[in-house]
Design a protein. Structure first.
Length: 410
């Protein structure tokens, strides 16, 4: 008799999982209020300004500038921090494409440094080894919502006089030694795209404690105007990257729930990690002791059982899906993306200001590759808004498939 659901046995989990976004009449009212006010635009309205101030403060930053999405937030943050054509920016290969494509959009060169296999964040030692005379900045991505090692990254940045941009697109409410992410580096960025822990469908913000970077980001997002300048004066090269009042109204309303949601994700995430840690061959993302709050945008766990059991991750995951557990494999190493077969005869890779060549074809970053190719298994944030019983179902399914792994030996 088969025990596993994939072979006709009973499923661990029949029911559905929490869906996202979570909304109620107060969100509808917030949008209706903006419609009725006739102030749909951030220049005349109050909602974008109020959200910028509220969210910047929420992350311990002094300034916030709302933009249409998290990718644009990264481009503007890089430009506002003074990253120029031909500069190198060191970034993790284990993240969403925007962390690296934004660097290319800013005319700079992404230099990939490997991750720490346990925390899955960029390895400070790999960052230091990747520094050249062209390096201008480090992009610290807080992957899954878990802060990168900001102590080590800031120390390296000070030593080599580099800027630090925090890509906190997955890390709303996350804290490193008590301090909000997005306020530790020179600038931080967040996304409010539909899957993120705080959302208005699309949206983004740049946060900073640096007045000059804040003013420059404001100018870039507002077609190159300067604060206090004339309406048709454009001293800075910018674009129209403004957010609408409708989005800010939803964000202000959704932000009221974020503390409670983050607390719940932390409680459930810690509990699940503790249960999974007891299973031989399953290893959740290591939570650094200096992480005060993990945003748990993702819960990533490693599958390390292939050698011992002969069952590869993808087969294990099929058995988990049959048990009713929604796991996915996640990212590929970014430097394998087709976009990095960039034309060496055009900018930015062939940029005259760069004066070097970069070729991603032979790049091998083994920690990232192992994680992507055979280890990573993801659960997403909404699952962690569920109950203790939901966590037990997930852990029970992991235990069940591991205990009966002989049934799926290939
Ligand atoms: C979502 C995401 C982005 C991009 O945000 P968008 O709002 O989708 O443009 C950037 N970096 C990371 C790590 C992300 O997860």
């Amino acid at each position: 008799m088969s025990k596993l659901a994939i072979n006709g046995g009973p499923k661990v989990r029949e029911g559905s999982w929490p869906s996202w976004p979570i909304w109620d009449d107060s969100d509808c009212q917030a949008v209706v209020d903006v419609v009725r006010s006739g102030q749909w635009w951030s220049v005349g309205g109050t909602k974008v300004k109020e959200f910028e101030e509220t969210f910047a403060k929420y992350q311990d930053a002094a300034h916030g500038i709302c933009v249409p999405n998290g990718t644009i937030a990264l481009i503007v943050a890089l430009q506002a921090a003074g990253i120029k054509a031909g500069d190198e920016v060191i970034v993790s290969p284990y993240t969403f494409i925007a962390s690296a494509s934004s660097i290319v959009q800013a005319n700079a060169i992404p230099i990939f440094a490997d991750i720490d296999p346990e925390t899955m964040n960029i390895s400070p030692a790999a960052v230091e080894a990747a520094i050249t005379d062209k390096t201008a900045a480090i992009m610290a991505v807080h992957i899954a919502g878990m802060p990168a090692d900001m102590d080590a990254i800031m120390e390296i940045a000070r030593k080599y006089n580099l800027k630090v941009i925090e890509d906190a697109a997955q890390a709303h409410g996350a804290r490193w030694r008590g301090k909000g992410v997005g306020s530790i580096g020179d600038a931080g960025t967040f996304s409010f795209q539909a899957s993120k822990n705080l959302t208005s469908g699309e949206g983004g913000i740049i946060t900073t404690c640096d007045q000059q970077i804040g003013d420059m980001a404001w100018s870039i997002h507002n077609v190159g105007r300067v604060k206090g300048g004339e309406w048709y004066e454009h001293p800075v090269m910018g674009c129209n990257y403004r957010m609408t009042e409708f989005q800010a109204a939803i964000l202000l309303n959704q932000l009221k729930k974020l503390d409670a949601e983050t607390a719940r994700r932390n409680e459930n995430g810690l509990y699940l990690a503790e249960r999974l840690s007891k299973i031989d061959g399953i290893k959740p993302q290591k939570r650094d002791d200096r992480v005060t709050t993990h945003a748990y945008h993702l819960f990533i766990t490693r599958y390390l059982a292939e050698e011992k059991t002969g069952v590869p991750r993808d087969v294990f995951m099929k058995a988990m899906a049959a048990e009713g557990i929604p796991l996915s494999v996640g990212y590929l190493p970014l430097y394998r993306s087709g976009m990095f077969e960039l034309d060496q005869n055009s900018c930015p890779l062939g940029c005259g200001f760069y004066g070097k060549t970069v070729d991603y074809a032979d790049l091998r970053l083994p920690n990232c590759e192992k994680l992507c190719d055979s280890e990573a298994m993801w659960l997403t944030q909404a699952v962690f808004l569920g109950s203790r019983k939901d966590m037990d179902d997930i852990a029970d399914a992991f235990e069940k498939v591991m205990d009966n792994i002989n049934e799926i030996k290939v």
